[in-house]
Design a protein around this ligand. Structure first.
Ligand SMILES: C[S@@+](CC[C@H](N)C(=O)[O-])C[C@H]1O[C@@H](n2cnc3c(N)ncnc32)[C@H](O)[C@@H]1O
Length: 213
């Protein structure tokens, strides 16, 4: 299900300008030519949205779960404080070399660390309180990521969760597949969670904003 038609989407892109970085175009090209499921990439509009949000928050520490080809990490890093750092977790080892190269080209090699492994386990190793967390990995583990991330988020900090509308499948009844069930369960859990304020934005495939009280 398209949340916005192609013409309007193009119009929005044509009227969105936040920061210039040639590496983003290179990541986009590389992803479309060399990587399976290139549609997982955040893309121009959502990427600029993430950059803008990060610039507003000015985080010291960012955690991202689901690096893919590094597009969203480069965008999120735009708002980091001078001494700030972004930690990004990715299960697919094959992405390590090209993505490390992209971070270097973006001048972000000192600001971003990419760790390869299962995000569910890697989160436990962090003894850091984050200002901003972006959850964008395996959907079946979304509720688990949320519960593991919330204690590592500072008061007033933000968790952004991508794909929470899952192409509209969260509205189907009954929900049949495991991924959609996990996403819907998380949306409901957040809605009932007194520890947070939240906003589900119909941006691209749905972006949940969670602010820790
Ligand atoms: C939707 S893509 C991320 C897109 C990226 N954030 C962007 O916006 O360009 C999801 C990524 O999560 C990774 N992934 C899946 N399961 C994972 C896990 N258990 N731990 C860490 N990464 C995982 C996939 O390999 C994939 O690269």
């Amino acid at each position: 299900m398209e949340l916005i038609n192609e013409t309007l989407h193009k119009y929005c892109e044509l009227h969105t300008k936040v920061f210039e970085n040639d590496v983003l175009n290179e990541i986009d090209r590389f992803t479309n030519l060399n990587v399976l499921m290139p549609q997982m990439l955040s893309g121009y509009l959502q990427g600029q949205y993430l950059a803008m949000m990060s610039k507003m928050i000015q985080p010291k520490n960012i955690l991202e779960i689901g690096t893919f080809t590094g597009y969203s990490a480069v965008c999120l890093a735009q708002g980091l404080q001078d001494e700030g750092h972004l930690y990004t977790l990715e299960a697919n080892e094959e992405l390590k070399a090209p993505v490390t190269d992209f971070f270097k080209k973006a001048g972000l090699e000192e600001k971003i660390s990419m760790q390869i492994g299962n995000g569910v386990e890697l989160i436990d190793k962090f003894d850091i309180i984050f200002d901003l967390i972006f959850i964008d990995a395996d959907k079946s583990n979304y509720p688990l990521y949320y519960e593991k991330c919330l204690p590592k988020l500072k008061k007033g900090g933000i968790i952004l969760i991508d794909n929470v509308l899952w192409s509209g499948k969260v509205c189907e009844e009954p929900i049949k597949d495991k991924k959609t069930k996990a996403i819907h369960e998380l949306n409901q859990r957040i809605q009932q969670d007194d520890r947070v304020e939240n906003l589900l934005l119909p941006l691209r495939d749905g972006m949940m904003w969670v602010r820790k009280r």
